[in-house]
Ligand binder design. Sequence first.
Ligand code: APR
Length: 177
Amino acid sequence: MAVIEVIQGDITAVDVDVIVNAANSALAGGGGVDGAIHRAAGPGLHEACMKIAAEKRKAGASFSEPCPTGEAVLTGAFNLRCKGIIHTAGPVWHGRGESGLLASCYRNSLLLAEQSGFASIAFPNISTGVYGYPKDLAADVAVKTVRETLPDCPGIKRVLFVCFDRENYGLYQTRLS
Ligand code: APR
């Protein structure tokens, strides 16, 4: 069974096979952790995201949302030390049952990492910044979904939750202790 850990820090600096980006459904880049990852990875990452978006649109995805909320796509890591970056768009919080979509982000990212042969993965606190998802509710979904999905991911040996702020760090520590 995989080890599940939590640290407080910058996801662009952690030593894992693949990091997860809290992206948007257009894969257009942005602020927050999306901005930090794009800055650290360099311009090649934006080009890779645009290429995936174009391929998805050609395959029938909607023009504005080539990577619909809850789905996950993989790119290279460019200037980052990890081997890959998984981009997933979390739900914007409206208080109307977004937990299923947030759970899909964690589940689909883990399954994609497993399929891609990665052994370690780092998650940010998806949707808890700009998208306004309450941090405690998001932490519940994240920890529960990862624990439920790991039995289907025998190749994943380490899951790291990377919290940028103290509040999230405390919430994950409580749920993982
Ligand atoms: N490392 C780890 N976590 C980080 C980092 C970092 N370098 N920078 C920010 N975070 C944290 C935030 O503090 C927050 O807890 O990532 C979490 C997610 O916040 P956002 O980055 O705002 O992401 P989200 O709420 O999912 O909103 C996504 O914001 O940046 C845009 O393009 C992105 O449209 C998308 C939206």
